[in-house]
Write a protein that binds this ligand. Structure first.
Ligand SMILES: Cc1cc2nc3c(=O)[nH]c(=O)nc-3n(C[C@H](O)[C@H](O)[C@H](O)COP(=O)(O)OP(=O)(O)OC[C@H]3O[C@@H](n4cnc5c(N)ncnc54)[C@H](O)[C@@H]3O)c2cc1C
Length: 509
């Protein structure tokens, strides 16, 4: 019997860059939860804009980086360009698409340059947060992942940068016959250090960005890799290095200019694709299919394998750097099968069509399970916060939850573009509170919102990725008017968030 491998990760010596041994302070002005892209962004903003305020960053993992530490599968890389997935304040010097190691090295530089190391405490999982109106602060329960020790601290403000999925458990559907399969089954989220697929028959189940990354990477040395998908995804081949980057670097343009120019170029290209996805989706579908057709082997059934039933960008559009997946398909080291699994057998997978796929290794690139606020149990004055009964304030705060902000990035642009906007918003909020002499801020529906319809977190017509649809019932709601909406596009929020009226829908004391 084979089950999905669990993480076997060890901490690389000398890469922690933070003060795991230090005791937590009893109280901080701000507690940042998470030391991934978003938490490091928040900490950078805090340290530069409010050097006098005390803060710590707590993360359950042994090292910084979140997603980029957890995921170690072969070929792991960004899908977005790093000029927008990197920070506005720190020029990216590499090619547009970066490996996980390159992203971690970039984050290390930010931690080092901003002096954040001593602020970050790893292996500290936040389990509960209780707000007391009387004390005007949060009391936060923390479990040390390495020792099991229970710790407690208080915080004036909680900045939740916990990402959107459970780092401990990956999403793996139940398949008939899995227990009789004699090969190995692994999930990309928990890639085992000892797995060698050289010369092996590999089946990758899934069609998203992870499958599209792992298939060409494994195809370099495996006997053959089959991408087995139930339904297709839209792919777009993009040069790993933007052509403008070649020109700018040849002209010896300063790195911060190059960064800004390439950032704008990538944003403009992303905006155009988004605009087309809403205004002329059929045209965009045709464009995407016609772009990939010449890159695929003769006779490849593009409509069957790469033309999804959904509108382009209704789920993430997966980028293929230099068209690497298409190259593997052309070379014959990889193939695509669109079918459903009937059962696992001792030696592979039998499909609904009757076809059998032989496999030594099966990779389940089947996605994530959403984690709502890092599974932290929130209470306000002793009452548990039931998030599905609450409403978002601009996708940054939650009604009735005082002094708490959260980061959720874009689906259709780089996550970090929004993390940066949220950081700037929270800093502006802190300044506004100081000007008003307030220490508490609570998003509160206004009298005119009394009959406002409460809508599900995501409108499936806008975005319907599996992990979102599976978890809608756990998530907070949105309203039908400002400031109770979220999941907007960058093109709108880059102007609206910096200009948002901080006295509308927020109650201060
Ligand atoms: C393989 C992969 C590739 C991706 N590529 C892209 C891309 O190219 N572009 C893009 O825009 N997005 C991409 N994403 C989405 C990606 O998750 C985000 O863009 C980004 O890395 C999220 O950063 P984050 O810091 O918000 O969250 P995460 O990276 O998830 O980090 C959250 C951190 O919070 C910690 N944490 C959570 N709960 C707790 C708790 N209760 N107590 C203490 N610590 C806690 C976690 O341990 C983790 O370290 C990708 C996702 C995956 C999985």
């Amino acid at each position: 019997m084979t089950t999905t491998d669990l993480p076997t990760r060890t901490t690389a010596p000398g890469r922690r860059g933070s003060d795991d041994g230090a005791r937590l302070p009893e109280h901080v002005d701000v507690l940042v939860v998470g030391a991934g892209i978003s938490g490091i962004d928040a900490a950078h903003h805090l340290t530069t804009r409010f050097p006098e305020r005390s803060f710590v960053v707590l993360d359950a993992l042994p090292e910084r980086g979140g997603t980029w530490w957890t995921h170690r599968y072969p070929g792991v890389r960004s899908d977005s360009d790093l000029f927008t997935f990197g920070y506005s304040f720190k020029p990216w010097r590499g090619p547009s698409i970066a490996t996980a190691d390159e992203i971690l090295a970039y984050l290390d530089e930010v931690v080092e340059e901003s002096g954040l190391g001593p602020r970050i405490h790893h292996q500290h999982r936040v389990t509960a947060a209780s707000w007391s109106t009387e004390e005007r602060r949060w009391t936060v329960e923390v479990t040390r992942e390495d020792t099991g020790e229970q710790l407690r601290l208080t915080a004036g403000f909680l900045w939740m940068c916990q990402g959107y999925y459970d780092h401990r458990r990956a999403h793996t559907p139940e398949w008939p016959g899995l227990d009789r399969f004699r090969g190995r089954v692994v999930h990309p989220q928990h890639w085992p250090d000892d797995l060698d697929t050289t010369g092996k028959e590999v089946v990758v189940i899934g069609s998203g960005a992870t499958a599209a990354t792992v298939v060409p990477a494994l195809a370099q040395s495996a006997a053959h890799v089959t991408m087995l998908q139930r339904s297709p995804t839209f792919f777009i081949a993009r040069p790993k290095t933007h052509e403008l980057a070649v020109t700018l670097r040849a002209l010896d343009v300063p790195e911060d200019w190059t960064h800004e120019i390439l950032r704008r170029a990538h944003i403009a290209e992303g905006d155009e694709l988004q605009r087309m996805s809403f205004e002329t989706p059929d045209e965009l579908r045709t464009f995407l299919l016609e772009e990939m057709r010449p890159l695929l082997p003769e006779g490849f059934d593009v409509e069957k394998h790469f033309s999804p039933t959904y509108r382009p960008w209704q789920q993430r559009l997966a980028v293929l750097p230099d068209g690497d997946l298409f190259a593997a398909l052309r070379e014959g080291s990889a193939s695509v099968v669109t079918d459903t699994i009937e059962t696992f057998t001792e030696t592979g997978i039998r499909l609904a069509s009757g076809e059998e796929l032989a496999a030594d290794v099966v990779v389940t690139a089947t996605g994530f399970d959403l984690s709502v606020f890092g599974d932290v149990a929130f209470t306000v004055d002793g009452e548990p916060v039931v998030f599905p009964e609450r409403v978002t304030y601009r996708g940054i705060m939650i009604t009735g939850v005082p002094n708490m902000a959260y980061v959720f990035g874009y689906f259709r642009h780089s996550w970090t573009l929004r993390a940066d906007l949220v950081s700037a918003f929270v800093c502006r909020l802190f300044e506004h509170m100081a000007e008003r002499g307030a220490t508490v801020v609570v998003p509160t529906l206004r009298p005119e919102d009394a009959d406002m319809p409460l809508l599900p977190w995501a409108d499936p017509d806008n975005f319907n990725a599996g992990y979102v649809m599976r978890s809608q019932h756990l998530l907070f709601k949105r309203g039908d008017r400002e400031p109770w909406t979220h999941l907007k596009e960058y093109v709108e929020e880059r102007d609206s968030l910096p200009a948002a009226d901080l006295d509308d829908g927020l109650v201060y004391s």
